[in-house]
Design a protein around this ligand. Structure first.
Ligand SMILES: [Zn+2]
Length: 318
């Protein structure tokens, strides 16, 4: 079954292990594993860890690092021309599909690197970035992160954050609310003219982590035509951090009951975590997850939507 994974941190992992590459690595994702998973498109996050940057101009340093990461990603992807290719549009994804090449889409995770400068958003778009995760786990020029602290969790988007959402709508970029505060989530729901997504977030009703989505949020995402990508990080599936394939399938079943079949998608978060224990630890095992979810009574048509068609739909629309 064709697959679109809306989120992984493999680039970040590879940037730290210079002796490894997209094909030969110790990561959860590599070219062969993507083939095993029958991957149509993989979203690669350029994740920026702000703790790595200090001083007054740390956001500028981080922005420059993001540009380096984009260049590195493009170089890695272009190393395997018959197997991987960059995609910046639905047409390119279709073209790559015809050539049996896996599409790679680039995203930014930590949009604080914009540092109130809309010119940087334009540049990132020109560089091929098609999705921005508005915050990571720190406050930035756009808004506040998810938090167990209610006062932080209620914080909405900042004025620049609202401008960014508007400009992303105009450019045709995917607005990603994973990691954002609840207040920010509701502001994006209100201000975005296009469907939005939570690229890698699960159901809070089953696992009460602030990174997950409440039932109200899942419903609002669905009503807006958006999607939520199933995250495989054990601590976002179950508080114990010890999970089975069936525990993961339970989140899909719950999100389906709340938001319907059009809201479901995949955002593995592979290479973005190493804590917890799980029955699925790399991209080559997606078939097993597919079977575990299908056992819940989903039809082939619904599984197609979860695995790639819902993601394709939102990309087409935007
Ligand atoms: Zn993340």
């Amino acid at each position: 079954m064709r697959l679109i994974d809306m989120h992984c941190d493999t680039l970040w992992a590879l940037m730290r292990k210079k002796e490894e590459d997209l094909k030969n690595n110790t990561c959860a994702i590599d070219v062969e594993k993507l083939k095993t998973a029958d991957c149509l498109a993989q979203f690669f996050a350029c994740f920026i860890y702000m703790d790595d940057f200090q001083g007054e101009n740390r956001f500028t340093q981080a922005y420059e690092y993001a540009l380096e990461m984009i260049a590195y990603a493009k170089q890695e992807i272009s190393t395997y021309p018959g197997e991987m290719a960059l995609a910046t549009s639905i047409e390119e994804i279709e073209q790559n599909r015809k050539e049996q090449v896996i599409s790679s889409l680039l995203t930014i995770e930590e949009s604080g690197i914009l540092d109130n400068d809309m010119g940087r958003l334009e540049r990132l778009y020109a560089e091929g970035i098609r999705l921005l995760t508005l915050t990571w786990n720190y406050e930035n020029c756009i808004g506040s992160p998810n938090s167990r602290d209610i006062s932080i969790m209620q914080q909405g988007l900042k004025p620049f954050g609202k401008e960014v959402v508007e400009r992303m709508n105009q450019l045709g970029m995917l607005v990603d609310v994973s990691h954002l505060s609840d207040g920010g989530f509701w502001d994006v729901i209100e201000h975005s003219k296009e469907p939005i997504l939570a690229s890698h977030s699960n159901a809070r009703a089953l696992c009460p982590h602030p990174r997950n989505l409440s039932d109200e949020m899942i419903r609002a995402l669905a009503e807006k035509g958006g999607i939520a990508g199933l995250n495989l990080y054990p601590y976002f599936i179950h508080e114990s951090g010890k999970i089975t394939l069936d525990d993961i399938a339970e989140h899909v079943a719950h999100m389906y009951r709340i938001g319907g079949e059009d809201v479901l998608s995949i955002g593995t978060d592979f290479d973005g975590f190493d804590e917890g224990t799980s029955e699925i630890v790399h991209m080559g095992q997606m078939e097993q997850l597919y079977e575990a979810i299908k056992k819940r009574g989903f039809t082939d048509r619904q599984m197609e939507k979860i695995w790639y068609k819902n993601a394709l739909r939102i990309m087409k629309q935007i």
